[in-house]
Design a protein around this ligand. Structure first.
Ligand code: A2P
Length: 277
């Protein structure tokens, strides 16, 4: 592809890339939430299929023209015509230092092969689904809470999101509000989706790490549900390394078995890929 169009404000960044395991897509929308977090929406090729909760490679060419790609969870539902992503901005991160400046009309690289463990197929049937996230780890769950199958499989879906500051919870609040108003899944979400948020580095309505609140029982008291039980509860975890390690241990200590695509079980774990880049 070559530079073809210009706008009065700014020339769009078009990509000239060699064929590879990616396609070239156009940025449709960008929204900045804080100086650390932003969202972007890109075109979706008709051949691009994925399961809710999966991740895919996203990138830009480097100065030498070689592609620089990183894993990103798809944050939009499978039925959406475009693809959403939610990203951290790392000032000197090789990709996000540049990706944070994209604007509508610019182009990005999209990997052709989505994959991942945070999928409904990796869990055994259960009654209550916990989606435990910190920071940008909410992204795969933004897809799952808009998948009708999530509500067909579970009586209750509890999305927990913990961030340092309240401003970092905005994306999740807007997501849940939009989901409950959605034509396709709004009614199911209103019945079954519960959103629990907490902050750790400023005073919020609820302050503390979700792991501490699971251990103390505060989370369950707050939600009005029984404590974690592998007989009926299923758990997906996505966020920082610390969250993954600690929540995995909590699950194992309570008798939960880790699942995978090949062997569905009680809980699944995946890191929020862009946390360090
Ligand atoms: P804390 O502020 O106590 O470190 P980050 O922005 O660094 O990715 O962190 C996002 C959120 O994840 C923060 O609220 C942070 O809390 C929380 N967090 C970090 N480590 C853990 C952990 N081991 N268990 C639970 N929450 C964690």
């Amino acid at each position: 592809m070559t530079v073809m169009t210009t706008s009065p404000a700014r020339e769009k960044n078009k990509i000239s890339a060699k064929p590879g395991p990616y396609t070239i897509e156009t940025v449709l929308e960008v929204k900045h939430f804080t100086d650390r977090l932003f969202y972007f929406r890109i075109t979706r090729p008709s051949s691009f299929r994925f399961r809710s909760g999966e991740f895919v490679m996203i990138g830009l060419p480097k100065e030498d023209g070689k592609p620089l790609l990183r894993a990103y969870s798809v944050a939009s539902p499978f039925w959406d015509e475009a693809l959403d992503f939610y990203s951290i901005k790392v000032p000197d991160g090789p990709l996000t230092s540049r990706l944070q400046h994209i604007q509508p009309g610019d182009e990005v690289l999209l990997g052709k092969k989505p994959t991942g463990t945070l999928v409904l197929d990796a869990l055994k049937p259960g009654k209550r689904l916990y989606l435990v996230s910190t920071g940008t780890g909410i992204a795969p769950f933004a897809s799952l809470v808009r998948d009708p199958e999530t509500y067909e499989k579970f009586d209750q879906v509890i999305l927990t999101h913990t961030c340092r500051e309240a401003a970092e919870l905005t994306y999740g609040h807007e997501l849940v509000e939009a989901t409950k108003q959605d034509e396709l899944i709004g009614e199911m979400a209103q019945d079954k989706l519960v959103h629990f948020t907490s902050v750790t580095r400023e005073d919020g309505p609820v302050k503390g790490r979700v792991t501490d609140m699971i251990n103390s029982g505060e989370l369950f008291a707050h939600l009005g549900v029984p404590a974690l039980d592998p007989e009926v509860d299923r758990v997906m975890i996505c966020g920082s390394e610390g969250l993954l390690k600690d929540t995995r241990q909590i699950c194992i200590d309570r008798g939960f078995v880790e699942g995978s695509n090949a062997a569905p079980a009680d809980f699944v774990v995946e890191k929020a890929f862009v946390a360090t880049d």
